[in-house]
Design a protein around this ligand. Structure first.
Ligand code: 2M8
Length: 463
């Protein structure tokens, strides 16, 4: 349990409570007023520290929006929020008839953090709230088949050839919306939506240059229109959609989530399914191996429309660390993560990794996903390092990240060099990872364990 008297813990709990909508949590009070998919996963981890029932409610609530084919949508809309408070609004997505009755959702997805989150919620509950464990286990049993259907959909609908790599159809699916990773592919998308639509996001962010441009938005809307026009028929999209990207970070999260699902299968009463989940994880790791560029010491996305590698140097290059990889690759990547292009860049206020390498030509310390640091991404890397036994590297990241949060609060992201808080100043997923970090008891520095395959410790407690 984080110390409740701790100022950051108090702030983080206040942020979650203020954004709480009963059974789900807004990512932020104004900028993001609906439920977002991967935000919900991080947020559940935060709730688990002081309200395990609320943590599982968060995931159950999200899965209300799961489509019959297994997809978990990026947004589950709150019908009580004024239309136009967030764009693109419900109707734009053309999903009526595809999403469950009486729920409105978008038509794309986000990285599958959910099994990782549920496993962690269970571990936190087992360690700190034993009285709630039976209820959490009941939720695991209930959610497991839905999670399994979600992962199956990703492994088939988004990887029809079994390459082990997930294809995304929209930059928003990556979660790292306007990362330089997508620049060339997005520039090649012929704009069909001449307006960028209303931009309520600009009302809530003081400096428009921090957000994606109107041209980005024209292309985001164009891609949505393309998906709507084919009725979200993924087979057609794999042939004709103008943005098709094998996303290494998404794939890595799926690999780690498949390992988590294998552990959850046993708790849910389906131990016989665990091997298949682990085999899925292995296939994803092999897919990532095929994207490894030893010269760059990075994993590269593949633009499937242009048939070329994406060479922007970003945080996604560390995908193998998230998925789990062999000791040599992990050593090279952890050194690079701490090195001068990322967390060790000279002049950074806090030694946390920027979303884009500081020496990449596209690096911009203030602009959305093009340079600033995101605490949730630091958390993901920290979690993977802890999981694989790289404790001293992990502790260094956690210490720097907590220092940053103590100075700047639960902001959505932070300027990469100065650490100035940017975006929403009450972001739920930042509050959630703050609580998780504060609850973590650092271990004595030690050498890494064998890091492949990863061990998740669902039952025993940490990572
Ligand atoms: C941001 O993305 C949304 C679209 O999904 C937006 O900019 O409107 C991203 O940071 C995304 O990763 C996040 O899930 C979402 C809500 O926090 O905001």
């Amino acid at each position: 349990m984080p110390e409740l008297g701790d100022e950051l813990a108090g702030d983080a709990i206040r942020v979650l409570r203020a954004n709480d909508r009963g059974t789900w949590t807004r990512p932020s009070p104004r900028l993001y007023p609906h439920q977002w998919s991967w935000d919900a996963a991080f947020v559940a981890i935060g709730w688990a520290h002081f309200a395990p029932h609320r943590a599982v409610a968060e995931l159950r609530s999200l899965f209300r929006g799961q489509w019959a084919d297994g997809m978990v949508p990026q947004i589950v809309f709150d019908g009580s929020v004024a239309l136009g408070a967030y764009e693109p609004r419900q109707r734009t997505w053309g999903t009526a008839g595809l999403c469950p009755p009486s729920v409105a959702t978008s038509g794309i997805c986000q990285p599958p953090m959910h099994a990782i989150a549920l496993a962690r919620v269970r571990a936190i509950t087992a360690r700190h709230h034993e009285g709630a464990l039976a209820a959490v286990d009941a939720a695991v049993a209930d959610l497991y088949p839905r999670l399994a259907a979600w992962h199956r959909w990703l492994h088939t609908a988004r990887d029809p050839e079994g390459t082990g790599l997930v294809t995304i159809f929209h930059p928003w699916e990556s979660g790292l919306d306007n990362s330089p990773r997508w620049d060339d592919a997005l520039a090649a998308v012929a704009i069909r939506e001449e307006t960028s639509g209303d931009r309520p996001d600009l009302v809530h962010v003081a400096d428009a240059s921090e957000r994606p441009t109107d041209d980005d938005y024209r292309r985001y809307h164009t891609l949505v229109r393309e998906l709507v026009e084919v009725g979200y028929d993924h087979e057609r999209s794999h042939r004709t959609h103008p943005f098709r990207m094998a996303d290494v970070l998404f794939t890595a999260i799926l690999a780690a989530a498949d390992d988590a699902l294998a552990d959850l299968a046993g708790i849910a009463g389906h131990p016989e399914a665990a091997d298949a989940h682990r085999a899925d994880a292995e296939r994803s790791r092999r897919g990532l191996d095929a994207c490894w560029d030893p010269a760059r010491c990075a994993c590269l996305d593949r633009d499937l429309v242009a048939d070329r590698w994406v060479t922007a140097d970003t945080i996604a290059g560390f995908a193998p660390l998230v998925a789990g990889c062999d000791t040599d690759r992990a050593a090279a990547l952890t050194a690079r993560l701490a090195g001068p292009s990322f967390a060790g860049a000279p002049g950074l206020r806090w030694a946390v990794p920027p979303s884009t390498a500081v020496d990449d030509p596209a690096f911009d310390p203030r602009s959305y996903w093009r340079g600033p640091t995101w605490p949730v991404i630091t958390w993901l890397l920290w979690w993977a390092l802890e999981r694989d036994g790289h404790h001293s590297r992990a502790d260094a990241l956690r210490t720097a990240a907590v220092a940053q949060l103590r100075a700047s609060g639960c902001s959505e992201y932070a300027e990469a060099v100065t650490g100035e808080p940017l975006g929403s100043n009450a972001q739920s997923w930042t509050a959630a990872v703050a609580l998780d970090w504060l609850a973590h008891e650092p271990r004595e520095p030690q050498e890494p364990n064998v890091s492949h395959p990863p061990r998740l410790g669902v039952v025993a407690g940490w990572p």
